[in-house]
Design a protein around this ligand. Structure first.
Ligand SMILES: Cc1ncc(COP(=O)(O)O)c(C=O)c1O
Length: 462
């Protein structure tokens, strides 16, 4: 079966097992829907990214993008795998500290930072605050002065690099909301050489998420190196780090999604080794440095990467149970068999907003032929809560293939669900947020988030 991952996703005694644990039994024990993560898979993904260090001649600092999934148990698993963290809000910063990350292990992004968030970052001496505008730089400077601190900041650039990813995931274009124009960034550096409360120590960009074309990393790296060079030639200041963001893809598509729009198909099927993307990028920067007689600028430099999806997406599976079935005549005289699950867009928002594809298999009989077409939908009282493209633009398959006679009570598994799913979840329709189980590195399942209860539905209501 093409979805199998040896040692992680397998069939044993006829059932899907996740890191050795029976998926159907877990859904029964912990309640459905249920998210299950594998710590060994998280470690494997982090180690795969760390191989980037072998293709560059400078230290690598790997910072997990916490927004992809920030349940404390997952943050702790990331930390235990010797990976640092990137946060996007005071809340994520607080969670990262709670999970045990030190300030030195944290980079702080975000486009609308409030003073209390900047204070929290400064009080904890984070590695860098990524600055998104000149206004924000002045806010950080004021706050640092008041607290008697010197803020480490890096400037987020808008490099105008286009990626073939989903438009909502493009972040390096002038039309996107992120970052500063290069000239603004250079003037900021000029004005802050030797500033007592601001230490501009890096430049940053993030091209986009799920980038299908690995060559965008070379373009991005060259842009960052040009900034390094220009900053040095105009101010004599050496930057200590370059941050290339995240964006390495995860292969979401299985064989049977051929009816998708071709661009969507290429994006969801993207698959390459991060080190294969960074190797040529580093080589071209080395050449550029040599040509400019500026190889010394690469000495003492650290390369930061901030991957989220490529660490957590394929380590997480969403188990859902079929709660209802029906048949409906179709316009062409046929019949559709509908399956209504208990996993809606309240826990898989990207399926509705970005038409993100998650491969679906039967957890109780994964090796049976998956050859019968079903219309699949979630439980929400919302017409958009369906597993196909309700706008009819072929961004998701019309039908899902599952075994014959799939019926209520059966457990299904949505694969590659670990990133940007539970972290975007809501209690829409007053549905309980699901439990999360982490299969620990020693193979024992551990509940790391309990399922909501009635009280959780009103816990903040006054
Ligand atoms: C600034 C920044 N860094 C890192 C990431 C993580 O990206 P990914 O999950 O695709 O690796 C994002 C996501 O969009 C981002 O905006």
């Amino acid at each position: 079966m093409s979805w199998q991952i040896e040692g992680f996703l397998e069939t044993r005694q006829g059932h899907l097992t996740i890191d050795g644990a029976d998926a159907v039994e877990m859904a029964r024990e912990y309640g459905s829907p249920l998210f299950v993560f594998g710590e060994r898979r998280i470690r494997r993904n982090i180690n795969r990214l760390k191989r980037v260090a072998d293709v560059i001649d400078c230290p690598l600092k790997l910072c997990y993008a916490a927004k992809a999934m920030s349940t404390l148990g997952i943050l702790r698993a990331v930390k235990d795998a010797d990976c640092d963290v990137e946060v996007n809000s005071g809340g994520e910063l607080w969670k990262a500290l709670k999970a045990g990350f030190s300030g030195e292990q944290i980079t702080f992004n975000g486009t609308s930072k409030e003073v209390w968030e900047i204070e929290l970052a400064l009080e904890n001496d984070v590695y860098a605050i990524q600055v998104d505008s000149l206004f924000e730089l002045s806010l950080i400077e004021e706050t640092a002065k008041r607290l008697g601190k010197r803020a480490n900041v890096s400037l987020r650039l808008v490099p105008e690099i286009e990626s073939d990813t989903h438009s909502g995931l493009q972040t390096a274009l002038l039309t996107s909301k992120f970052g500063m124009m290069p000239d603004e960034a250079y003037s900021a550096v000029r004005e802050h050489v030797d500033a007592p409360h601001i230490n501009i120590c890096g430049v940053h960009l993030h091209i986009g998420s799920q980038n299908p074309d690995p060559t965008v990393y070379a373009a991005a790296f060259e842009t960052l190196f040009e900034s390094l060079l220009r900053v040095f030639s105009e101010t004599g200041q050496r930057l200590r780090h370059i941050n290339l963001g995240g964006g390495f893809p995860v292969r979401y598509l299985d064989d049977n999604a051929d009816d998708l729009d071709s661009k969507q198909h290429a994006m969801l099927a993207a698959d390459y080794e991060p080190s294969d993307a960074i190797r040529p990028a580093w080589e071209s920067v080395r050449r550029a440095a040599k040509d400019a007689d500026a190889e010394h600028l690469l000495e003492g430099l650290t390369l930061l990467l901030e991957p989220g999806r490529s660490i957590i997406a394929d380590a997480g599976i969403c188990l859902t149970t079929i709660r209802n079935v029906k048949s409906r005549p179709t316009a062409d005289g046929g019949e559709d068999h509908w399956l209504l699950t208990d996993a809606g867009f309240n826990i898989l928002l990207s399926m509705e907003t970005y038409k993100w594809y998650y491969h679906l298999i039967s957890a109780g009989r994964p090796d049976d032929p998956h050859h019968i077409s079903y219309k699949v939908a979630g439980p929400l009282c919302d017409g958009g809560d369906v597993y196909f493209d309700i706008e009819g633009e072929n961004r998701l398959p019309e039908h899902r293939l599952l075994p014959a006679d799939t019926r209520p009570g059966e457990v299904l598994a949505l694969l590659n669900c670990g990133a940007y799913s539970l972290s975007q979840a809501s209690q829409y329709n007053a549905r309980f947020l699901p439990a999360v189980v982490l299969i620990k590195a020693d193979g024992t399942p551990k509940l790391i988030r309990r399922r909501d209860n009635f009280e959780d539905l009103i816990s903040a209501d006054l």
